[in-house]
Design a protein around this ligand. Structure first.
Ligand code: ZN
Length: 554
């Protein structure tokens, strides 16, 4: 046997390999795990060049597989004004004025982490009230869910939105009784014109909003700006123990940025990038995903998935429901694909052997997605397709067993669960009404035997996977009729590691600590099995290793 480059000893190793869950030491050679075993086992593998790290009886586990983030957008937001922890008009307006004063050259003042109640529980966010904060420069508040933006009058003018505009289905410029926009812009096509005014020209949104590349193509200088943002995002991921990323938006441009980082040896986490099929694309455009897969299939950077939005979110009642929203007769949300259109796309993508992942939040969106996967299976025959549904905040009882039956992966974000202590209850609780027992049904889905992968949806929610684990473990039932949906520690860990690897067809390569697997390993600052569920977010990686190299060290 060759000697190891790195040995971690005195560890509480959680291998996430159910056949041999615990060990105390691990050796790495090159980018692979060489051995897993006892401290004594590793002695023979120590050579003159071997770095030995004493884990001091803390937890060592596989690197986190983050199954749903928006890397580019999240990275750009690291620099912006965040108001998620600021509440009320006086505090928010002061923060915005301060930020605007410190950034006099910004063509638009972008504020992230906003919510409908940011200016107070009874203060609607309108262009007029935003004008009282800043009237002479464009100002836009982006809702934390990234599905709504509120703009002042200058911003609406700059974006050509003040008098409304015709948009693709599912997007809306809310108009007031005065015939002018109120300032509320729903869904990406409605607010995209404002994002073009940012330092990155809104390029971080393209993979999400249009699925297209920058037009005109980004200059070398712009590419460098964007690469540096990506790099910052990757550093942030590494600091939280993340070694693999399933990016949820994508285009050729993002693949090129990441490839450029890889060529400079600066791609410090594995990234999977999808092709984003928009509802206004011809069905045949999905074939582009085949080309992406052909060009990008390495362990560090790969493609081969189609991302689709089926619906919106509960808050703005754009999530597609099977029945009317409680108290809103005739309102069932806004599907972004007709059933026929989605079935065609799903069948075509599936025929190419592509994986499909669909954002579906309402029970109607989830059903339409499952129906499409079923149609694809009927047309093309069953295969190990591992199609995914993202979010599943509400699912009809009849659809719960269908994920397992169709081999569909539930890609869930525990951090947004309504049962998580401290999370705001409204407006989601009212939108769900008496269907609370079928909402955020993580454990119910798990018990059907479906694969459950966990993630954050950063920058929609904080990226920290240990906060995600805490959320998963501490969720309380939503109603007396609701079954407990809290997760065990081992299930939560599995969903952030091995299940994530399975989700990207990489279970033979990563997600577990076993000899021969890729060396993606983290050492924590504590013993996770002895940490109370409510304190999981106090855990942090002290060392992150991706592909055999240290990508973060505290
Ligand atoms: Zn997302």
């Amino acid at each position: 046997m060759p000697s190891a480059d790195l040995i971690i000893t005195n560890a509480r190793l959680l291998t996430m390999n159910k056949a041999a869950m615990r060990a105390e030491s691990l050796a790495i050679a090159g980018n692979r795990i060489l051995a897993v075993g006892s401290n004594a086992d590793m002695k023979a593998l120590k050579g003159s060049h071997t770095r030995v790290i004493d884990a001091q009886m803390n937890t060592v586990m596989p690197g986190i597989v983050e199954s749903h983030i928006h890397l580019f957008g999240g990275a750009v937001e690291l620099d912006s004004l965040m108001i998620n922890n600021i509440k009320g008009f006086p505090a928010v307006s002061a923060a915005i004025r301060r930020y605007a004063g410190a950034n006099p050259k910004d063509r638009i003042i972008i504020v992230n982490g906003a919510a409908p109640v940011s200016l107070g529980n009874n203060t609607a966010i309108t262009r007029q009230i935003l004008d009282t904060i800043i009237a002479d420069r464009p100002l836009a508040l982006i809702c934390f869910d990234h599905h709504t933006v509120w703009a002042n009058t200058k911003a609406l003018e700059a974006g050509g939105l003040l008098h409304g505009a015709s948009l693709t289905p599912g997007n809306e410029i809310v108009m007031g009784s005065d015939g002018l926009a109120t300032g509320e812009l729903r869904e990406a096509a409605a607010f995209a014109p404002l994002l073009n005014l940012t330092a990155t020209g809104g390029r971080e949104w393209l993979g999400m909003v249009t699925g297209e590349n920058p037009v005109p193509p980004a200059t070398a200088a712009e590419r460098l700006i964007d690469q540096n943002f990506m790099k910052r995002g990757l550093d942030y991921c590494a600091s939280l123990g993340i070694t693999s990323i399933h990016n949820m938006d994508g285009n050729w441009y993002q693949l090129e940025l990441l490839k450029a980082l890889m060529d400079k040896d600066e791609l410090i986490a594995r990234v999977e990038v999808p092709f984003h099929q928009k509802n206004f694309f011809e069905t045949s455009r999905v074939d582009e995903a085949v080309e992406m897969r052909a060009q990008y299939q390495g362990d560090m950077l790969h493609s081969g998935r189609v991302k689709i939005f089926m619906d919106g979110v509960l808050e703005s009642m754009t999530a597609l429901m099977l029945e009317d929203y409680p108290g809103f007769q005739g309102e069932r949300g806004a599907p972004l694909f007709t059933a026929k259109q989605f079935n065609e796309v799903a069948t075509r993508a599936d025929r190419h052997g592509l994986q499909i992942s669909v954002h579906a939040i309402g029970d109607g969106g989830v059903r339409r997605t499952l129906d499409g996967y079923e149609a694809a299976r009927k047309a093309n025959g069953p295969r190990d397709s591992r199609h995914r549904i993202e979010h599943i905040e509400l699912i009809d009882k009849a659809d719960i067993p269908r994920l397992k039956q169709l081999g569909v992966i539930a890609s869930l974000q525990p951090i947004v669960g309504l049962g998580v202590p401290g999370n705001p209850q409204e407006p989601c609780r009212s939108r769900i009404g008496d269907k609370l027992p079928q909402a955020y049904a993580w454990q119910t889905l798990r018990e059907t035997g479906a694969t459950v992968a966990f993630s954050s949806d950063w920058p929609v929610s904080p990226l920290d996977p240990f906060l995600g684990i805490q959320s998963a473990m501490t969720s309380v039932p939503l109603s007396p009729e609701s079954r407990p949906q809290a997760q065990s520690l081992m299930d939560a860990l599995d969903s952030f590691t091995a299940a994530g690897a399975y989700t990207e067809f990489a279970e033979a390569k990563k997600g577990k600590l076993m000899p021969g697997m890729l060396a993606d390993v983290i050492i924590l600052n504590g013993n996770i099995e002895a940490t109370p569920a409510a304190q999981m977010s106090t855990l942090k990686p002290v060392l992150t290793i991706c592909d055999g190299r240290v990508t973060f060290e505290r």
